[in-house]
Design a protein. Structure first.
Length: 367
């Protein structure tokens, strides 16, 4: 049998080909200021290629969420240009929204409804046609491994299952771009890995472009083809994780734990002579006395360790332990932003303080 394409199908194929020639997301001089003219996002520019998993990496308050909200039209840019597959977001917001799926930080599913009912409401808000709703819902639940829990109340779901349900919601309208704000925040390690696997599978199976925001270095390393490191509303560095770690200069990170209540001012001179000091911390809960740790970037860890041990000994400081590891994205962030990434507990608190209505605001104007 010869399958003949009609004109409508030919036009759809031509449209797809034209879209693939454009960047999935184009951000140019994007700026967002709030009261007092304080910029939450300060003239940033970057592009995301079709089929790419791109990450905005940074601590709470860096401007990541403000950026993603402007892309999905939940916030209006003060200045700059945003395009989604060549569509100007400010001029044609409805068309742009129709190509995107959005998962906010805070849980937006209704715990008193079943998984199916949540997706049914979302499909109506997304203007999925009545005849397509059931198929789309079951397809999304199946893809996220929740088909067997379709009729279960969401309040009985684990945190990881809720997150997968939220991603399933975002897939109901079959988006070309999936945007996830802190997709694994607050999840246990096993649930995180399951969410990461689902995100990578989406790209592999459908060529879905994915933009995530995260403060999790491991998440960025595992998922992202490229990351933009954000600090105080600016992009401090941009590239793939391996390239960025190579810019550190030092080949290894040496962590030294030693007995002291704090690093004395006179110790900083000799510490700095050993390499680039990137972190100093205290562990005052140690039962046998106060313990302090210092992390130093060096060219070759194995060669540096004997010299570091001698230097500590000559300065009268007792080493408790010493270890060598490779630089991380946190070290990259320290280099470019002169600070370390915030802890997850602060991020979880920030996520809980956000309005759970963000998702509904997005889909309410989807068409």
């Amino acid at each position: 049998m010869i399958f003949l394409r009609n004109k409508k199908m030919q036009k759809e194929e031509e449209k797809e080909m034209q879209l693939e020639k454009k960047n999935a997301i184009e951000v140019h001089n994007l700026t967002k200021t709030y009261r007092g003219n304080i910029p939450a996002v300060d003239s940033i520019s970057f592009s995301v290629m079709p089929g790419e998993i791109f990450g905005l990496l940074g601590p709470n308050g860096a401007g990541k969420t403000s950026t993603i909200k402007m892309i999905v039209t939940l916030a209006k840019a003060t200045f700059g240009r945003l395009e989604v597959f060549g569509v100007d977001v400010s001029r044609s917001p409805q068309i742009a929204r129709g190509m995107m799926g959005y998962v906010p930080q805070s849980i937006s599913v209704d715990a008193d409804l079943t998984a199916y009912e949540n997706l049914l409401i979302f499909s109506k808000l997304s203007y999925v046609s009545k005849q397509d709703r059931d198929e789309r819902i079951r397809e999304a639940l199946q893809y996220m491994g929740l088909a067997g829990r379709a009729n279960d109340l969401v309040k009985h779901f684990s945190g990881g299952m809720m997150r997968r349900l939220e991603i399933a919601q975002a897939l109901v309208n079959r988006p070309r771009i999936l945007l996830l704000d802190e997709p694994s925040i607050g999840l246990d390690p096993a649930s995180k890995r399951q969410v990461w696997k689902s995100i990578k599978q989406l790209r592999q199976d459908y060529g879905t472009t994915v933009l995530i925001t995260t403060h999790d270095m491991t998440e960025a390393d595992v998922l992202c083809d490229r990351v933009a490191i954000m600090s105080a509303g600016n992009i401090a560095a941009l590239g793939n994780p391996a390239e960025l770690k190579r810019t550190i200069g030092g080949g290894d990170r040496v962590t030294v734990n030693f007995l002291a209540s704090a690093v004395r001012p006179q110790d900083m001179e000799f510490l700095s002579s050993l390499g680039k000091v990137v972190a100093i911390g205290n562990n005052n809960d140690d039962e046998e006395g106060d313990e302090t740790s210092v992390q130093i970037l060096v060219g070759d860890g194995e060669e540096a360790v004997p010299h570091i041990m001698d230097s500590f000994r000559n300065n009268g400081i007792q080493i408790e332990s010493i270890s060598v590891s490779k630089p991380t994205l946190d070290d990259v962030f320290m280099k470019y932003a002169n600070r370390r990434l915030d802890c997850e507990e602060e991020m979880v608190a920030a996520a809980k303080s956000n309005s759970s209505g963000a998702r509904r605001d997005f889909v309410r104007h989807a068409k």
